[in-house]
Design a protein around this ligand. Structure first.
Ligand SMILES: [Zn+2]
Length: 336
């Protein structure tokens, strides 16, 4: 059975000052194409966890670059899947005979560095590779899809196109930072998103006509960056009648595309999480019930979400911090 090493790797919690990596030359074991990639050396979890357990690192997210795709034949995996000693030889022989891998969007086969391929396309291909294993477990494929979904919270090039972005964003940040909880975690980011929303809605504030919609777009972007997509969509809906500059329109379009894409991959993971639950002892199923509840809420299946979350609230074994998360997710699913 092929172990999804990329997934196993990402579950290891490492503490270091920042994510570091090095460039390496890679030869594809399927088609012999040569390309470059980044190999990770250290990472950290100082950015805290999103409510679906995704950890954020300072200095770059390992999972965005540690999933390598051959630009020519689409073979995809972690560094070990390209390592002569450790690569899955049966799978590679199969792919040499017949390769069904298909990128979600076309990849230029002349691409020199695998990092130039958008991370969601690489992770989507990784899921295709995982699915080729005849003995694949639902949990392995579910996590591969969830990782693909989670790529949509990072790499915000569209913001760089907004005129004078750094200076304007800093000015807005200085207006809200005093009221935020300490730290770099998800709660601070979500509090910042709410503070930007409040600032933009406050008719009495002295924001310029240009900075008011920027504050709202930033609020949506911050919600999106922590996987709070329903909040992000709600903020964007409030901008429907506002005239935006082409650059801000570009950011709004980017956020909407990411929301749709994340939702699509979460929807693919849900039946697999449910199938995985059928194989688990109740005592070991707590985190997967929770995750299924979070995913179902995100795709608008609130009743089904509550069916997973509410029994957990009766469970006295669950530690208080986690119970708070469950209660919060349940409250959101109830629309309160
Ligand atoms: Zn190849």
């Amino acid at each position: 059975m092929r172990i999804p090493r990329l997934v196993a790797l990402l579950l290891i919690t490492l503490v270091a000052s920042a994510t570091t990596s090095e460039e390496v030359d890679v030869t594809c074991p399927v088609c012999a194409n040569e390309f470059r990639a980044e190999a990770w050396m250290s990472t950290n979890s100082v950015g805290g966890q999103d409510r679906d357990f995704l950890e954020h690192a300072a200095g770059g997210q390992v999972f965005l670059f540690s999933c390598w795709t051959c630009p020519k034949c689409c073979y995809t995996g972690s560094s070990t899947d390209f390592d002569e000693e450790e690569m899955p030889k049966d799978l590679i022989a199969k792919l040499k005979a017949k390769n069904p891998l298909k990128a979600a969007q076309p990849i230029d086969p002349k691409t020199k560095h695998t990092g130039e391929i958008p991370s969601w396309i690489r992770w989507d291909l990784n899921a295709q590779v995982v699915a080729l294993d005849p003995e694949v477990k639902p949990a392995q494929l579910a996590f591969a899809y969830l990782r693909t979904a989670q790529t949509q919270r990072f790499e915000w090039e569209s913001l760089g196109k907004v005129a004078d972005f750094d200076a304007r964003a800093e000015k807005l940040w200085n207006r809200v930072k005093a009221e935020l909880p300490e730290g770099n975690g998800r709660d601070t980011t979500v509090a910042a998103a709410r503070a930007y929303e409040k600032l933009a809605a406050d008719g009495g504030s002295d924001l310029t006509a240009a900075d008011r919609p920027l504050a709202r777009v930033l609020a949506a972007q911050l919600f999106k960056s922590r996987g709070e997509d329903l909040e992000a969509a709600r903020v964007l809906d409030g901008l429907k009648d506002v005239k935006l500059t082409p650059a801000l329109q570009g950011v709004v379009k980017d956020i909407r595309t990411r929301i749709a894409r994340e939702k699509e991959y979460i929807a693919r993971a849900i039946p697999l999480l449910e199938a995985h639950l059928k194989t688990l002892e109740p005592a070991k199923a707590v985190s997967i019930h929770y995750l299924a509840g979070v995913c179902l809420r995100k795709v608008g299946e609130n009743e089904k979400s509550l069916a997973h979350l509410q029994p957990l609230l009766e469970n006295k074994e669950i530690p208080p911090g986690f119970r708070e998360w469950i209660a919060e997710e349940a409250a959101k699913a109830k629309g309160s």
